[in-house]
Every structure is written in C-alpha cells, then in structure tokens.
Design a protein around this ligand. Sequence first.
Ligand SMILES: Nc1nc2c(ncn2[C@@H]2O[C@H](COP(=O)(O)OP(=O)(O)OP(=O)(O)O)[C@@H](O)[C@H]2O)c(=O)[nH]1
Length: 524
Amino acid sequence: MALSFIKKVFTFGKPAEEPVPAAVERELEPRSRDEDLPIADDPVLPEEMDTAGGPAADIGEGGVEAPVAEDDVEPSILPAADQLSDMGVVPLSLLEAEAAAEAETEIQTVAETVAEIPASVPLGHLPREAGDHVETGALEQPADLEEIVEKLPEEISTEGDAGLDSPFQPFSPPVGEMPGRAEGGSPPAEPETGSPILPKGFATGPKVVEPEPIAPQPRLSWFQRLRNGLARTSSQLTSQITALFTKRKLDDETLQDLEDLLIQADLGVETAMRVTDTLASERYGKDVTGEDVSRIMASEIAKVLKPVAKPLQLDLSHKPHVILVVGVNGTGKTTTIGKLAAKLSGAGLKVMLAAGDTFRAAAIEQLKIWADRTNSEFIGTKLGADAAGLAYDAFEQAKAKKCDVLIVDTAGRLQNKAELMAELEKIVRVLGKLDPDAPHTVLQTLDATTGQNALSQVEIFRNVAGVNGLIMTKLDGTARGGILVAISAKHKLPVYFIGVGEGVEDLEPFEAEDFAHAIAGLGQ
Ligand SMILES: Nc1nc2c(ncn2[C@@H]2O[C@H](COP(=O)(O)OP(=O)(O)OP(=O)(O)O)[C@@H](O)[C@H]2O)c(=O)[nH]1
C-alpha cells in the first residue's frame, strides 16, 4: 500500500499512464515502515489494535503486507537529478516533504473530527479523546484479529459474516444504533470519510421545519356561502346606497339617483322602480339611512323572486325523466350536470349522463369523470358525431336500463349562431320521437358574470329549445348577481338552483328570501 502511494506521488507532473522507469521504481520501493505516512484510504483501526513499530510490509496474499528489509534498496542506479526533472519526475525528498505535510493535515482533520464526537459513542475504530492520533499501518499478526473479535460487543457476530473476517473491517454499531438503518432493512450507503456516527436520539443535517398544521375550516352554512359569494354584488350596492343617503332627506333627486344605481347593479328597471316606489311611499321627505334602503330593497327583491324559486319537478313515471341541459359556451352546463347527478344518485335514483357535447373532447371526458364520481351510467360517442343521434341512443339505453333520470349535456352555443341553434332544435325533436313529452325539463344554465347578455340568452334558447327552467352559475365572486332578479322579473321562468362554486356541493336550491337578503348585504 505504501508503495502504491509513493507510485501515485511520483506520477505528479507527468501523464499518469507514462511508466516510471524501473530504476526509479526500485529506488522508491525500500522505505522504512517508520517513514511511511498515513494514507486516507488506509483503514482506521480499532483502538485495541496497535500498529506502532509493526513491520513494514509489501502487499502480499490476503492483503497483508510482507516486511521489506532496508538492505534490499539499490540506490546506485538512480538517474541524475536533471534526468529525473526531464522525465517530469520530482525528487523524492521534495515529494516526501509534500506528502508529510499532506499527511499531517489529514491527521489534524481526523483528530478534529474525532474531538467533536461524544465519548459515549461506541466508536471502536476512532480514538475517544481529542488529540489522539489515528495510527494506520499493516496489521501486526493474524493473532491480533482473534483478540479483536473477542473484544467485539455481543451484538456483533463474525460467524457467517465474511466481511468481519477481514482485519480491515471497521467496527459496526448494533443495528438500530446506526443512522438510517432499520432492523432487517438494507444497510445505508457508506458514510462519508470522517462523518460521525451519532448515538441514538441524534440526527444530522439541517433542521427540518414542520409546517404549521392548518386548522380545519368550519363548514359554513349555505346562507353564509351565498352571502360570501354575493359579497361583491352586495358590498358594491350597499356602499353606493350608504354614500347616497348620508345626511340626506328622501326627495325626488335621491330617488332618481337610487333608481339609476339599482339599474346599474343589473337588478332591472322593473325591480328598481318597485324599490323606489315603496321607499317613496313610506319615507318621502324624511331622513333615510342606507340600512333603511337595504331593507326595503331586500323585501322588494324577495317579492320578485318568490314566484320563480321552485323545485325541479321530476316525473319519475317516465323512466327516465329526461333533462336536456342547454346554454351558451362555458356557462357551466357540464359542471352543473355533475352536481345534479351527485344529488340525485345520492338520493338513490338511477341516473344516466349522456355526453351530447360532441364538439369538445374535454367535455366528453369531463362528463365521464362526473359519471364515475357519482356512480351514474354514462353514454358518449366520438368527437364530431351527431349529437341528436347520441341523445336518441341515450334515451333508448336509459329506458332499457330503467334509469330514473337521463341528463343530456349539449355543446355550448351562442344564441346568435343559427346553425347551432337548429341542431339544438333537432335534439329536442329526436327525443320527442321516443316520448312526445320529452325532454321533460329543458334547463338553461346562465353565467351570472355575463350580466345583461343573459337576458337575451334566455329569450332565444327559450324560443328554440323550449327552456322551462333556469340555473344560475358563478354567483360566487361576481358583482353582477343582480341579473338574476332582472331575469326573474322579465321571464318569470322557474329558477331551480344556483351555483356558487366549482365544487360538487356548490349547488343549492334557489331560495328567494335568502338570495334577497344576501344581495342586500343583510343577515338571514
Ligand atoms: N366559480 C364557479 N365556476 C363554475 C361554476 N359552475 C361552473 N363553473 C366553472 O365554469 C367553467 C365552465 O364550466 P363547464 O361546465 O365546462 O361549462 P359548459 O357550459 O359545459 O362549457 P361548454 O361545454 O364549453 O359549453 C368550468 O371551469 C367550471 O368549473 C360556479 O358555480 N362557480
């Protein structure tokens, strides 16, 4: 090992593959063991093992070095110093000095590392006290090994463990005391040279900061969620009303300002006039607060909404009751179908979902996911296929499977696209071939964020597809929730549900009083 080290040292300054001349090699071989320097690769032996004064050794069989006598050296055939220099070889004396300095540094490093380790650590192969030197070198005699094995702790067995038969096997602490090694598990990666083996209860590495556990959010009531959803609509309305009525008596001018304000909030002319008329009849010429106005507004809105807040009537004698869902692109048809399916199948009804939106691959996939989630039957077709044909097949299959409810999704379409609206008409016609009353419900989804445009959407879809019920989606986070009041006042179509989020639980039956209070920023 000492020889190989010195050979390694002598390759400095020249390509490693260039052979060292035999004469030089011979000069280098005979070194007294006392002059050998500790090498990083050498095993660090247990403290019980004493290598001091041990015989020098060449690498022999079994990895044990054999002694070399100093007399074997043949110094006379060394090349001259300048020849060595030409060959890129540095004089031995210089290299010895360098190697000695390097070795000293290494010893120092090991000593420092060891000094940091608590004395209780069952090290075995490391000195216990700071400043102790780590000795390396050849093992004295195989007899030493027997002595070491005898001194091993009980937990360590050398029987059947080929590794432990080797004199170079470092001491291993019992399984479980070794960091990262579980009982019966595979051994950890070799520890880095000089990394301490810590006792049980210690760990190395940067401190892991555990994230603060997030406290579970209390489940909000439906009204709280509705209020939160409509917060933008209501806060905009109430702050404007409060600003209008601060220290002002109710007169024609304030009434006109209020009417304008309510129309701008999408409530519609009819509802705005109802509110101002009632306010004028009760408080004309008197001081009025913002809260007075909010209360009257809530009461008038509730009067408009009550006639349309109806449950979705299912005639289960049909087997299936067919619900066709229509609307402009992205108004929430597919999501709403999923939410409805969850409610219906949750109540024990057998539901089938038909992917009649053959324009969008993602819509078919989306509906399939909802069907899986809600344990509903699913029927789909390939992209671009005839939607009316799919609706027909779905109706037949739903009948055959004795489904209670069949919900047919359709592609979103703008109300001004005549061709697409004609396709919708066809779907309705085809369903009517299997049952003259089908589709039994034609539901239109309306996106609350679209504001006034929703009014004309209802108008046209109603004429083409016979819409007989509405669901308003995306009432969460919009400042235009007032549009539902305007639509209700104008079309007087039933509003079955409202959506205040993307989650399955974010669809609730429409309640006139709740909605009116939430939009006016009042409590329930
Ligand atoms: N915030 C919110 N998002 C909703 C609500 N309902 C649906 N969405 C979202 O609106 C987007 C469009 O919903 P879809 O169900 O795909 O709408 P669609 O009408 O089927 O769309 P098309 O097939 O393109 O016509 C999706 O990101 C939904 O998650 C709701 O009540 N609130």
